[in-house]
Design a protein around this ligand. Structure first.
Ligand code: NAD
Length: 366
């Protein structure tokens, strides 16, 4: 088994270092190889996703990704900006299904901006289609308008589109994920206004007939945004397109208190996956040793489960994270009165220690 390690920029290098220590502690037979990506790759090779990095990613069973981006690259032409690396990886590896669980840990109920009773026990899964929609649709660009409200004016345009197979495959992923949970799927669309999302709704309903054990409902995206803060526990699996999923998954992330806690997985049809925290490179805190590494560490648990077929190791990593939270250790983003503030490294140390003791216990008890 081979893991491509792409730390990227900003806090990416700090949090991935801790995730690697966690993986090393497991002493499982996989090989890890690192390569630059994003701004770091632009500095080293003149491109955010160099051929050598893409080759390593394609050959690996799984990719551990940190984060990319820095404000200093904002003036570069779009194709050379760090964020293009992640779009390029999704496209070249066919990573069409993005899993973003939003779980509220008991110990962190107070870190949410919502009332504790609304989010205690929250466990929802947002499944976002990742390679289609308006983010990839062609044509796009700038031109002089020939019609519309201001003919002759400069305008910009993008294209929203989804094909039947693209919708069918993400719908199957969502229904199958729901079968392993509480058997409910909410498909989020904007069918009242957009032709693309009327089609989305129709195709998801058709696929739903193959899963009579799963209850399907449909919700407009504006209502879903409201319901997520009004009664988030009403949801179980939410499936939606690329743009709506981008926005709703960040909203769901904040329900749990900190984006620093939330892992993600992006899978292709062969179960090869890219695993990364839901947050970005956080240039405002990069290099200070204060970033929360838990989202990245929890992403390795998803990697162990989905791509490396090591469900037991995944559970051990998740239990180790719960244990350090129960010990009262908190990075600055989740700190509250009465808990102990620690930095990135100390948090990593604590998870490694919890994991080592669980491995020792397992060895002793056989
Ligand atoms: P961000 O997620 O990097 O940061 C948002 C806020 O959350 C900041 O205040 C930051 O300090 C905080 N934060 C994020 N991760 C944290 C962690 N682990 N621990 C503690 N606090 C944390 O989003 P942004 O500021 O909008 O973007 C910064 C850069 O990241 C941009 O260049 C953006 O394009 C890029 N970005 C990259 C990805 C990716 O690599 N997949 C995703 C989103 C944004």
């Amino acid at each position: 088994m081979k893991i491509a390690v792409l730390p990227g920029d900003g806090i990416g290098t700090e949090i991935v270092a801790e995730a690697i220590r966690v993986l090393d502690t497991l002493e499982l037979p996989f090989e890890m190889e690192s390569a630059p990506v994003g701004g770091a790759a632009y500095e080293a090779h003149g491109h955010p996703l160099p051929e050598s990095t893409l080759k390593l990613a394609k050959e690996a069973d799984a990719i551990l990704f940190g984060a990319v981006g820095d404000w200093k690259y904002d003036r570069l032409e779009r194709a050379l900006r760090p964020e293009q690396a992640i779009l390029g990886l999704r496209k070249h590896l066919g990573l069409f299904a993005n899993f973003r669980p939003a779980i509220c840990y008991e110990e962190l109920v107070g870190a949410s901006s919502l009332k504790p009773e609304l989010i205690a026990g929250l466990d929802i899964l947002i499944i976002r289609e990742l390679t289609g929609d308006i983010y990839f649709g062609q044509p796009r660009g700038r031109r002089t308008a020939v019609d519309g409200h201001f003919p002759g004016a400069e305008e910009a345009f993008d294209t929203m589109r989804y094909s039947r197979p693209e919708i069918e495959r993400i719908a199957h992923v969502a229904f199958q994920a729901a079968q392993k949970r509480s058997k409910r799927v909410t498909s989020v669309d904007k069918a009242n206004v957009l032709e693309t999302f009327q089609f989305w709704k129709d195709v998801v309903s058709e696929v739903g007939k193959d899963y009579p054990d799963v209850e399907l409902d449909h919700m407009y995206v504006d209502n879903a945004a409201m319901q997520l803060v009004k009664a988030p526990k009403k949801f179980d699996v939410v499936v939606t397109g690329n743009m709506f999923g981008d926005i709703l998954s960040d909203e769901a992330a904040m329900l749990t208190g900190s984006i620093g806690m939330l892992p993600s997985a992006s899978l292709n049809s062969g179960n090869q996956g890219l695993y990364e925290p839901s947050h970005g490179s956080a240039p405002d805190i990069a290099g200070k040793g204060v970033a929360n590494p838990l989202a990245t560490i929890l992403s390795t648990a998803m990697m162990l489960r989905f791509s490396l077929n090591q469900p037991e190791a995944a559970e051990r990593v998740e239990s180790a994270v719960k244990q350090v939270l129960a010990q009262g250790l908190r990075t600055a983003d989740i700190w509250s009165e009465g808990t102990t503030r620690v930095g990135t490294r100390e948090m990593g140390d604590a998870v490694v220690a919890a994991l080592s003791s669980s491995i020792t216990k397992k060895t002793i008890t056989g």
